[in-house]
Write a protein that binds this ligand. Structure first.
Ligand code: PLP
Length: 445
């Protein structure tokens, strides 16, 4: 079988890709036996690599015991153990874990808990959640309302309660003579202005990705940004929701990306790296006081059937065990620094690479027409599609986006599993170099 069946609605015409046969470590094989280096961990998911034997063994053990028990009928040990384990690594006081099955569900849970908390405190007039543009927080309608990607939300405009957005801190595009840190403060203060414009008494929360994901291409703000955002939220009694769906579980070289700046959010959304591609798994982690206020006021009005099922949680526990056993958070920092240096090195050969950014193994590069002005490449080149296709042909998977309507152009995430070795980094670079040369020749750059 060379193509997915047409009855599979997930199948998109443009992505006429081969059929996946198997995976091992950083590699995937298609049904024709071709090997691909998974240079984006899927969608920044497969942090511990494919077919990890310890995780598969833990899943098999759990499958022999039970795979499902409805949460209103049973507690289950893997869920209890995983909640404790996640809470132990969170900032002080953030220790109430609510399981879901993915990133969008985690974000929905954060929004709903924030709202119920403010309701319980008699602040029912607060409902607006400010977010950033561009940003990605998920595809369900609530998460989409805070997502800053117009192409994704436009078809649903009449059904969405679109939330206010402030610009993401794209400091690297600014040519204003300010220092990097001064720019960080300027972007953070846009939140203050937006809160005042909206009416502080109506604002419930601010949600952001501490290190950006696909929408911005691993955008990192100046250090000054993070503490200023926290201070502004505190000033107006607004909850800070940190979307660590992509950046959590060690990908940036810390357990949570926010730890790089000592960020203390009120609620955190987690997913990708916790299930690591073995199971659909996500979690909301909330400040104890927030969660208990909601429980005391009658309980959290929210939930999904598959949430906290024993199989997903047993796999999640085994993933966290492997992250510790293989010291993968330190590896993300070490290999991330090496890979980032190598990507920066490509800038000498390819003047159309405008920026290399990110933390740990959440890394991206952006292609531009002019490095000085950071003018994006012409849309007609379709660089975000073409370079990915050329790399794919060379056996390297990378992840790309072009943020239309924003200032960020074609960007490419290079985010291999945290187990990536030195020689595998060599292979990524050799294939990427070849793909960039072919792309440059084709595009006349
Ligand atoms: N939040 C962030 C930061 C993400 O990167 C994603 C997915 O890419 C989501 C939320 C949504 O997660 P999911 O696709 O699992 O619903």
């Amino acid at each position: 079988m060379s193509n997915p069946p047409p009855s599979n609605l997930f199948y998109q015409t443009r992505l006429r890709r081969p059929v996946l046969a198997r995976g091992e470590g950083v590699y995937l094989w298609d049904s024709a036996g071709r090997r691909y280096l998974d240079g984006s961990s899927g969608a920044m998911v497969s942090n511990i690599g494919h077919s990890n034997p310890a995780v598969l063994a833990a899943m098999r053990r759990q499958m022999d015991l039970s795979t499902f028990g409805y949460r209103l009928h049973f507690e289950n040990e893997p869920a209890e153990a995983l909640a404790t384990r996640i809470a132990q690594r969170m900032p002080e006081g953030l220790d109430r874990v609510f399981f879901v099955s993915g990133g969008s569900e985690a974000v929905e849970s954060c929004l709903k808990l924030a709202r119920q908390y403010k309701l319980a405190r008699g602040e029912g007039q607060r409902w607006k959640v400010i977010s950033r543009f561009p940003s990605y927080h998920g595809s369900t309608l609530g998460a989409l309302a805070v997502t800053g990607m117009s192409l994704m939300s436009a078809p649903f405009a009449p059904m969405l309660r679109e939330m206010p957005k402030i610009p993401a801190p794209t400091c690297y595009l600014d040519r204003d003579g300010l220092s990097h840190e001064a720019r960080g403060l300027r972007y953070a203060r846009l939140l203050r202005e937006e809160i005042l414009a909206q009416g502080p008494e109506t604002v419930l929360a601010f949600i952001m990705e501490p290190v950006g994901g696909a929408s911005t291409g691993a955008l990192v703000a100046p250090d000054s940004y993070y503490s200023e955002i926290r201070a502004i939220c505190d000033e107006f009694g607004i909850l800070l929701i940190s979307d660590e769906v992509m950046s959590g579980a060690g990908r940036t070289g810390r357990y949570l990306a926010g730890e790089h700046w000592g960020l203390r959010p009120d609620i955190v959304a987690l997913s990708k790296g916790f299930g690591a591609g073995y199971v659909p798994l996500g979690a909301m982690v909330a400040d104890r006081l927030i969660a208990e206020t909601v429980i005391d006021a009658g309980g959290f009005v929210h939930g999904h059937t598959y949430a906290g099922n024993p199989l997903a949680c047993a796999a999640g526990l085994a993933v966290l065990d492997e992250i510790d056993r293989l010291d993968l958070i330190a590896a993300a920092a070490r290999q991330g620094a090496a890979l980032k240096g190598r990507l920066e090195g490509l800038m000498a050969c390819y003047p159309f690479i405008g920026d290399v950014r990110g933390k740990g193994l959440l890394l991206a590069f952006e292609l531009v027409a002019d490095r000085e002005t950071m003018e994006p490449l012409p849309t007609g080149l379709n660089a975000h599609l073409r370079l990915v296709d050329i790399a794919y042909e060379a056996g390297l998977i990378i992840y790309s986006r072009r943020t239309r309507g924003g200032r960020i152009g074609d960007h490419f995430l290079v985010c291999p599993p945290l187990i990536v070795s030195d020689s595998e980094i060599d292979e990524i670079m050799e294939k990427l170099d070849r793909a960039l040369a072919l792309f440059a020749a084709e595009a006349g750059l």
